[in-house]
Design a protein around this ligand. Structure first.
Ligand code: SF4
Length: 326
């Protein structure tokens, strides 16, 4: 079947993935494999812009790929690799940095936020991040990038850099287009903030069924429902919204029961734990099976790097020629 185009997406090595990662990104990555040539990259160099301690980087990268594979990313269908394993991206980053006006980068909202968030570590990489991101995409001549609405300005900047390169040296790359994707904002167990490992409010995909149940039992629910006989407000309850993903057939029935205090939060959470565990059972089985295959994840990394490298060297050759490098 002819594919619709080439997708590139990169994600930082955050280690074992959680339900928010799965619902927000991985599920979509898996679907895109059917209709696009997909290149999925764990962007370890990007991670260095915000990390001061790198001792977990290798393990986190490996754990993340293990979860991706168990969730259905298929190395036969997609190129799965680690950013730094294809060093041409650093070369393209340097070359693009020569055509990118500094003013464009200093205006980027996320750069300003990072400067506030880590004043002790305002490194050059933070400013150059959009240039490296552009290099990531265009090194592989990807034409499609799955993004949420909040990332559209970054992609627009990538296109600006591509246009500037084309203006100076002639057409070379596809202008990457957004494949606008609704990434559901999955709240964490605190019911307030986005699910994230750094807030400690997450449920790991690879957690056991019992660990998952225990975590769900600790989750915050409707803050106005203090006692079993108080009526609830499912529309403000995170457990209720998680039922929508993991127990869709039951969710509708839970709302009136909650509003009439016919179901208690303990029972409601038990139902959610059953739904989550049922949905994750095939993932866990596959993860255990892959984890038992010695060297398999490393083989996937090596094969992905080999295939990505083959595209990258051609692009760099073309770029060097266009730029007139001796
Ligand atoms: S019964 Fe369920 S939906 Fe209602 S407040 Fe409790 S956990 Fe939330």
């Amino acid at each position: 079947m002819k594919k619709k185009g080439r997708v590139f997406s990169g994600a930082r090595p955050t280690g074992r993935q959680h339900l928010g990662n799965y619902l927000g990104a991985i599920q979509n990555y898996v679907k895109l494999q059917e209709n696009y040539d997909c290149i999925y990259c764990i962007v370890d160099i990007h991670a260095l812009t915000t990390l001061e301690d790198t001792h977990l980087l290798k393990q986190n990268t490996r754990d993340m790929m293990l979860d991706w594979l168990a969730a259905g990313l298929d190395p036969e269908k997609s190129i799965l690799f680690v950013q730094s394993h294809v060093p041409q991206v650093m070369e393209l980053h340097t070359l693009l940095s020569m055509v990118t006006p500094l003013g464009w980068l200093l205006r980027v909202a996320t750069f300003k936020e990072k400067v506030k968030a880590q004043p002790q570590n305002v490194n050059y990489g933070l400013v150059g991040y959009p240039v490296l991101m552009t290099a990531d995409i265009i090194l592989y001549k990807a034409d499609t990038v799955p993004v949420g609405e909040d990332q559209l300005p970054h992609l627009e900047l990538a296109r600006e850099i591509v246009r500037r390169f084309h203006f100076l040296f002639g057409p070379t790359f596809p202008e990457p287009q957004a494949k606008l994707t609704t990434f559901p904002m999955v709240l964490g167990l605190d019911g307030e903030r986005k699910m994230s490992k750094s807030y400690g409010n997450d449920i790991e995909l690879a957690a056991s069924a019992e660990e998952t149940r225990q975590k769900i039992m600790t989750a915050f629910t409707d803050p106005a429902r203090k006692f079993r006989n108080d009526v609830g407000h499912p529309e403000v309850c995170n457990i209720y919204s998680l039922h929508g993903y993991f127990n869709p057939e039951r969710q509708e029935g839970i709302a009136p029961q909650c509003r009439a205090a016919e179901i208690g939060c303990v029972a409601c959470k038990q139902l959610l734990a059953e739904g989550v565990n049922k949905a994750l059972a095939p993932f866990r089985e596959r993860r255990a099976e892959i984890a038992q295959r010695p060297g398999y994840v490393e083989e996937v990394f090596a094969d992905g790097a080999r295939r990505a490298h083959a595209i990258a060297v051609e692009t760099i050759k073309e770029v060097r020629e266009k730029m007139g490098l001796p």
